[in-house]
Design a protein around this ligand. Structure first.
Ligand SMILES: C[S@@+](CC[C@H](N)C(=O)[O-])C[C@H]1O[C@@H](n2cnc3c(N)ncnc32)[C@H](O)[C@@H]1O
Length: 201
C-alpha cells in the first residue's frame, strides 16, 4: 500500500533516519547478533537509509532493497549513490516477489508489513526467500498505533497485533529467537528459518 503524504514526510525525516541508523540496529543485535558478510534483503526498504546502515554496520556480501513505491526506490537510488553503497533495488510487491527461493541469509523488514493487505502472504515470501538457518529481523507497529495513524494515512484494516504476528511466524517455518513487545504499540522480532514452510518447501 502506497505511503500517504504525511507518512512519506515521517519516514523520510531525520528522526526516522536516526532510529534506523542508531536505535534499531542495537535492539536487533541484542535480540540475536546480526551476522557479517551475509546476503541481505531489506523488504520495504523505503528511501534506502536502512540499506546504508546495513552496509556500514555489517559488511554484507550483497545487499538488495525491495519496495513497491517507485518514488521511494528513486530516493534510495540517490542515497546509495551519494553514500557509495552498492545495492540491487527492485520495485516489487512484498506479497509476490519474483526472486528464486533460498536466496538470502538475512531479511530485514521494518515498518513495512502493516502496509501489506495480504501480510501472511508476505511472510510466506520471506520464508521462501530465506536460506534454511537464515534470519528475519522485523520492527512493526500495531493497533492502536496503526489505527491512530489511519486517521491521516491509509493502512490495511486487517493489520496484526504483536501476539498474532508471533503466532503466525512459526506457521511459515520461522522460529522466534527473540522479541520485544513495546506496550502492544510496536515490537521487534527476530526469527530463524528452521522448520518447513507448508507452502514453499
Ligand atoms: C513506513 S515505510 C518504512 C520504510 C523503512 N523500512 C523504514 O523503516 O523507515 C513502509 C515502506 O514499505 C513500502 N511498502 C508498503 N507496502 C508494500 C508492499 N506491499 N510491498 C513492498 N513494499 C511496500 C512503502 O512503499 C514504504 O517505503
Amino acid at each position: 500500500m502506497k505511503l500517504s503524504f504525511a507518512e512519506r514526510m515521517f519516514v523520510n525525516s531525520p528522526i526516522r533516519g536516526l532510529s534506523l541508523r542508531f536505535v534499531e540496529p542495537r535492539i536487533f543485535d541484542n535480540l540475536a547478533p546480526f551476522p557479517r558478510g551475509a546476503h541481505v534483503l531489506d523488504l520495504g526498504c523505503g528511501n534506502g537509509t536502512g540499506l546504508v546502515a546495513l552496509a556500514r554496520n555489517h559488511a554484507p556480501a550483497s545487499l538488495t532493497g525491495i519496495d513497491e513505491d517507485p518514488a521511494q526506490i528513486a530516493l534510495a537510488r540517490t542515497r546509495l549513490e551519494k553514500s557509495g553503497v552498492t545495492a540491487r533495488l527492485i520495485e516489487a510487491n512484498a506479497e509476490k516477489i519474483t526472486l528464486p527461493a533460498h536466496t538470502y541469509d538475512v531479511i530485514t523488514c521494518t515498518g513495512c508489513l502493516h502496509h501489506v493487505p495480504k501480510w501472511k502472504s508476505a511472510l510466506a515470501e520471506v520464508a521462501r526467500l530465506l536460506r534454511h538457518g537464515g534470519l528475519l529481523y522485523m520492527f512493526e507497529i500495531y493497533p492502536p498505533l496503526t489505527a491512530f495513524i489511519s486517521l491521516f494515512a491509509a493502512h490495511p484494516k486487517n493489520s496484526f497485533t504483536h501476539k498474532s504476528l508471533v503466532e503466525e511466524l512459526p506457521r511459515h517455518g520461522l522460529t522466534i529467537l527473540g522479541q520485544r513487545n513495546l506496550f502492544n504499540l510496536a515490537g521487534f522480532v527476530v526469527a530463524r528459518r528452521t522448520g518447513n514452510s507448508n507452502l514453499y518447501d
